[in-house]
Design a protein around this ligand. Structure first.
Ligand code: MBD
Ligand code: FE
Length: 271
């Protein structure tokens, strides 16, 4: 393709990637003999995705995991997973004892998420920052569903002298991609389900170490093997443990059973 070759030579990476994109789309139109009717439908679909603010969602559903895979370097650190479309920078900085901001009558089971942050060398990392966000027990994220406080179930906190943390939150529900939106309608048209397994999002950071963006999942979740975005990695699946020992509960000011999970994050040193 002469045009592609010329742009490749002049404009570097953007031109090179766009040439390949156009080549794929051209082949697609030719292979399926796309009609003008279908062409206009495609334009309408993209306008709809934009109008309903689902550009980040649809990109993450179909492509983000591949971006994560081609950039993946485990190298002794915790496996990464995608950020997803619902991260908001600037979540509240929490004070001890850590509790993600929640509503007075926040629905769902209480969850204590604990663990540690260590360096790939094995050294514990006091003062590591965890930036955590999640869906509520209805599968909704604050700022992306109506009627939730701005920073509901979003917060930042740090590890203690032993590199440990514990934060109180609620057990998230599985996330269902809205069926009414263009992304959900496309999934329906493809005969696919709309669910992500329940998960907790984290960005874990510490000076001298690479930022880790990842997600934690729960054993036994019915959607683990068919996550609509395909972001589950086996080492990121933890046990959701029921806690009913009265002493353990009393120490945390609770009088009814709750859940706990634990994860030890490992950060790679910056080169
Ligand atoms: C989510 O909650 C999510 O984390 C991703 C990656 C995609 C859609 C919804
Ligand atoms: Fe999510």
């Amino acid at each position: 393709m002469a045009v592609a070759e010329r742009t490749r030579a002049v404009n570097g990476r953007v031109a090179e990637i766009f040439a390949d994109l156009l080549e794929s789309l051209t082949a697609l139109v030719e292979k399926h003999r796309i009609t003008f009717d279908e062409y206009r439908q495609a334009i309408g679909f993209l306008e709809d995705v934009s109008r309903q603010r689902e550009v980040p969602l649809i990109m993450d559903v179909f492509l983000a995991v591949t971006v994560d895979n081609v950039n993946h370097i485990a190298n002794g650190g915790t496996e990464s997973s995608i950020e997803g479309p619902y991260y908001v920078a600037g979540a509240p900085v929490l004070e001890l004892p850590y509790e993600l901001p929640r509503r007075d009558e926040e629905p769902g089971d209480v969850l204590f998420c604990s663990g540690s942050v260590r360096s790939a060398s094995g050294a514990v990392l006091p003062g590591a920052t965890l930036d955590m966000w999640q869906a509520n027990a209805d599968g909704q994220y604050s700022q992306f569903s109506e009627g939730l406080p701005r920073h509901n179930l979003r917060g930042r906190f740090t590890t203690d002298e032993q590199g440990r943390f514990e934060v109180r939150t609620v057990v998230p529900a599985a996330y269902e991609i809205p069926k009414a939106g263009p992304t959900g309608r496309l999934l329906s048209a493809l005969g696919r389900h709309h669910f992500r397994p329940a998960h907790l999002h984290f960005k874990v950071s510490h000076p001298d170490h690479e930022l880790l963006t990842t997600q934690i999942f729960f054993e036994g979740d019915p959607w683990l093997d068919s996550d609509v975005v395909g972001a589950v990695k086996e080492p990121l699946v933890v046990r959701l443990e029921k806690k009913d020992a009265s002493e353990w509960l009393a120490k945390r000011g609770l009088d009814r059973p709750c859940y706990a999970c634990s994860y030890d994050f490992i950060l790679r040193r910056r080169a």
